[in-house]
Design a protein around this ligand. Structure first.
Ligand SMILES: [Zn+2]
Ligand SMILES: [Zn+2]
Length: 394
């Protein structure tokens, strides 16, 4: 089976490369992936698969029913782009001003289209079913959560889910793996610091929220250094500060914004709780007041040990052990595939795309030299799962 997958991936590569470039040229923001979804459905149409869609958002679920009975496995790609103006001379650079595929989701989508085509071709030999999920709104907009809350996967007894993400720190043709917690939970905060306005030359009687904010920004970093285990990562970044209108006016209010990143559920809960207590306490101690709003975002992405072992074993076969890397650190970035892994066993792996710019940079471009490896990995992993991990692939 491995050989057939490789042959088909190679055969489909020109078409999948063209699809990837088309997607790159026509990026759409989260929840607005109308043309992207239309392109995906048009590509899948000739494969005669059962397609599920919803009127609520632009997801597409393709069901490949195998010729023999067996379990069901899910493969997921994200399809949305980012609000970034692309800086490039590529002939297929973004045609949508202020929007670009800077996170490689064009590549993820193209890879899953290729895998779906390979699996559709082999469907009569498959022992079980494969569900290909083209999910919108990954970029911090909770498309994964919405998809899982919808009835798009209803009645499908999915035994595991797999996904990949482009990784510019590894060369194209390689795979990166991480056991356990691989990506961070995201909790974004908004803080209002309220004082009392006054003349800048006469601070007595005023309560200065700018000064309070300075203490708050400093104080919250103590949570990271003093209130977590040294081996349990956490990041708190204050990324926005808005306040004031004039040199000589103490404003009444300052607003702060930022993000808290954690890998461990208990640490996550404690950081949010202590953040609120600390900010409120600092503001009060200066005679002011703080309001803290924490937007509970993506959970940490935690790979299932057994499923990661399956990915590792298969990756070693596909690219060879010298091209399979253990990722030394988790990423403190977030990823909404985490919701799938709360519900299903499964794993996400990194697909090397170097040389490429950094993710979310205005010059990022998915490296097409990684497409074939991606297709073989997803299609082959699905089959390997159906075969009960041990079935013969050759
Ligand atoms: Zn991203
Ligand atoms: Zn991404």
């Amino acid at each position: 089976m491995n050989i057939k997958i490789r042959q088909l991936a190679h055969e489909y590569l020109p078409e999948i490369t063209a699809a990837r470039r088309h997607l790159h040229q026509h990026p759409e923001l989260s929840w607005q992936e109308k043309e992207t979804a239309a392109f995906i459905r048009k590509f899948l149409a000739p494969l005669n698969l059962e397609l599920r869609t919803t009127d609520n958002f632009y997801a597409t679920v393709a069901i490949i029913r195998g010729g023999k009975p067996g379990p069901t496995v899910g493969l997921r790609a994200d399809i949305d782009a980012l609000p970034i103006a692309e800086k490039s001379d590529l002939p297929y650079r973004s045609q949508n001003a202020g929007c670009m595929h800077a996170c490689g989701h064009d590549g993820h989508t193209a890879v899953l289209l290729g895998a779906a085509k390979i699996l559709a071709e082999l469907r009569h030999e498959l022992r079980g079913n494969i569900i290909c999920v083209f999910q919108p709104a990954e970029e911090n907009n909770g498309g994964g959560r919405a998809l899982l809350a919808s009835n798009l996967l209803a009645g499908l007894d999915i035994g595991a889910f797999f996904a990949l993400h482009a990784w510019p720190y590894l060369p194209a043709g390689t795979i990166g793996l991480r056991r356990g917690a691989m990506m961070s939970a995201i909790d974004d905060f908004e803080v209002g610091i309220y004082g009392k306005a006054g003349h800048a030359a006469h601070p007595l009687g005023a309560i200065d929220p700018v000064l309070i904010s300075a203490y708050v920004i400093t104080a919250v970093q103590s949570l990271v250094t003093r209130e977590r285990h040294g081996a349990d990562p956490a990041v708190i970044s204050v990324t926005m500060i808005h306040g004031g209108t004039a040199d000589n006016v103490i404003p009444a209010e300052v607003r702060l914004g930022g993000t808290i990143r954690t890998l461990n559920a208990e640490t996550r809960e404690r950081m949010s709780r202590r953040f609120t207590e600390l900010v409120e306490g600092v503001a009060q101690s200066f005679g002011g007041r703080a309001e803290v709003k924490i937007d509970t975002g993506y959970p940490a992405l935690v790979n299932d040990d057994r499923m990661l072992a399956l990915v590792e074993k298969f990756a070693n076969e596909v690219v060879g052990p010298s091209k399979v890397f253990e990722l030394k650190e988790p990423s403190m970035g977030g990823e909404d595939f985490a919701y799938y892994l709360q519900k299903y066993p499964g794993a996400m792996f990194r697909l090397g795309v170097s040389p490429a710019s950094l993710l979310h940079s205005d010059t990022f471009n998915f490296n097409d030299n990684a497409l074939e490896t991606g297709m073989v990995m997803l299609a082959g992993l699905a089959i390997r799962f159906l075969e009960g991990f041990t079935g013969s692939m050759d």
